[in-house]
Each structure stands twice: as C-alpha cells, then as structure tokens.
Ligand binder design. Structure first.
Ligand code: GSH
Length: 303
C-alpha cells in the first residue's frame, strides 16, 4: 500500500476521498474565460468522474470547442500515461505523463494526479481537477442551449446529486476500499438503501429530476454503467447485479441509447483499469472475462 492510499483510509477502516487541488474555473469574465479551442479536457474513459465530463461535453455540443485527451486505462507508478497517442505524448499539451502537467502548474504539488483535468493551452496550466464543478461550468458558462442544469431545477438537482454522490458514486468506492468488515458493511447498507430508493423514485418517472435529462442523470449513469462490470465483483457491491434491478436497468439502458452516453462508454477501458490498477484488491491483475455485457448493446453503443 502506498503512502497515498494510506492517507485515504480513516481510523475505522473507511475510505476517505481526498480534496481536489486545482479549483479555478472557466467563467465568463474570469481569469479563464470560455474560448473555443483553448481548453483541453484530459480523461480516462475508465473513470466515472471523468466520464461525467465526457458525457456533458458531448450532450452540450462542446466537442469542437474543448478538445479531449484520453489516457491509457492502466496507470504505472508515475500515474496516468498518454500511451494511446502517437509517440506516447498528448498532442495538445506535449506530455507523456499527466503528472508533468501537475508539475508544470504547481512544482510543489504533492497530491494525486487525477482525471478529469482541465488544461489551459494558453497559459499552460491546469485550470481544474474539481470534477463536480467542471461539468456545472460546462452547462452554465459556455454559450450552449443547455437544459442540464436549469435554474428552476437546481435545488432539486443539487439535493439528488448530494445523496447520489455520498451513497452511490462514492458509495461503491467506500465498499471497495473499506479495510474493516464494519466499514464495508456500513457502506454496503447505505449503497443498497439508496439504490432501493432511487428505484422507487424512477418507477414513476423517466428521469431523476423533471421530465428531461439533467446533470443528475449523468452522475447516476456513470456508476450504473460500471456496476456489473466492476463494482458488483471487484468492489463487493453484490446484493444484485444491475440487470436484476428492473427499474434501474431499464433507466440505465434508456440513457445508454441516448447519444452521449453509450457512445462514450468503453467497457474495455473500464475493466482493464479497475482490475489492473487496484493491486490490493486484485493482486493477480487478471481481468475477468465476464460478465456478459451484451444487454447494453445498441446501435449507438460501443459495448
Ligand atoms: N479528483 C477526485 C476524483 C477523481 C478521481 O478519483 N479520479 C481517479 C480515477 S477514477 C484518479 O485519477 N485517480 C488517480 C490516483 O488516485 O492516483 C479525487 O481525487 O477523489
């Protein structure tokens, strides 16, 4: 276990997520104004927090305004690598490792080099790795016809996001990274109680808030789409599979078929990342062949 992962475990064995280090924002009139072609969004397609930003960028039609950098799903001891790019370097920033961009932005930085990272090509610095704010700013600060975070629904979206984050998005990590039976069982109970409540909520409505897709659906989706492939087994979230939860399965598949969701989901990256990266949970690094993911397959999907 590295010093970094020790720092992420609380006294009774519960997983404690670190704070995000770069918290500037792209804002109208701010130090980093929204300018097409200026910013580079660096993601791992495996990572649920980064996947949010990829989906929102696509849903808002920001693809041609904000470029996308994709890292190798498997990190080495120096972190995320641009091995998928020609010559092993990100063509926009020139980096071989994401850590180089953290170092260039703050030579004294000593935290984790995380995705998503929003890089400013003009000042050659990281604007943000603050994933919850990155997607909200895409919706509100760029000139896009957006209904993902409409003012009249913000309170409700924020309230749903808060519990979905605590119990589901981060809840699966709290199950997987618990280092005591008690911490694991507490996280497991919270996760399943919340999934049951979300099933109930979605049994009477197509989307989480209002009558169209919002930021809240994007955030729930990124955990649900990874559920059977990694969280059910690798993180021991195994009361049921998503495919055994009729309401959530139908909801997730409905979203998967919507352009921006299924077409940004990469099950190969997801599986290779989780099983090969968390050495403590899976020392052999063997990536399981199953489960059968063909239930997701759609004309838009990459499954
Ligand atoms: N920045 C947040 C969320 C983003 C995040 O956790 N990204 C993961 C991938 S899913 C990452 O980049 N991890 C790199 C590391 O832990 O070294 C955090 O640190 O908790």
């Amino acid at each position: 276990m590295t010093a970094q992962s020790v720092a992420e475990t609380g006294r009774s064995g519960e997983f404690v997520r670190q704070q995000n280090a770069f918290r500037d924002r792209v804002t109208v009139g701010g130090r980093f104004p929204p300018e097409p072609g200026r910013y580079h969004l660096i993601v791992s397609l495996a990572c649920p927090w980064a996947h949010r930003a990829v989906i929102v960028r696509r849903l808002l039609g920001l693809d041609d305004k904000i470029s996308l950098g994709i890292v190798d799903p498997v990190r080495d001891e120096r972190g995320w690598r641009f091995t998928l790019d020609p010559g092993g370097r990100d063509p926009v920033s020139g980096a071989a490792y994401l850590s180089e961009l953290y170092e260039a932005s703050d030579p004294s930085f000593s935290g984790r080099w995380t995705v998503p990272t929003l890089w400013d090509t003009k000042t050659r610095t990281i604007v943000s790795n603050d994933y919850p704010q990155i997607t909200l700013d895409f919706s509100t600060e760029w000139d896009v016809p957006s209904r993902l975070y409409p003012e009249e629904l913000r309170d409700e979206i924020d309230a749903v996001n808060e519990v979905v984050y605590a119990d589901v998005n981060n809840g699966v990590y709290r199950c997987g990274f618990a280092t005591s039976q008690q911490a694991y069982e507490a996280a497991y109970a919270r996760l399943w109680d919340r999934l049951d409540r979300l099933s109930e909520r979605l049994s009477g409505q197509r989307y989480l808030v209002g009558d169209r897709i919002t930021e809240a659906d994007v955030r729930l989706f990124t955990t649900l789409v990874r559920f059977d492939a990694v969280y059910h087994g690798h993180f021991k979230c195994n009361r049921q599979k998503l495919t055994e939860l009729p309401v959530l399965w139908a909801y997730a598949r409905d979203l998967f078929q919507t352009p921006g969701f299924g077409d940004t989901t990469d099950f190969d990256h997801i599986k290779r990342h989780y099983y090969a990266t968390h050495e403590k949970l899976n020392p052999s690094r063997i990536v399981p062949v199953g489960p059968d993911l063909s239930g997701w397959r759609t004309p838009h999907g990459r499954a």
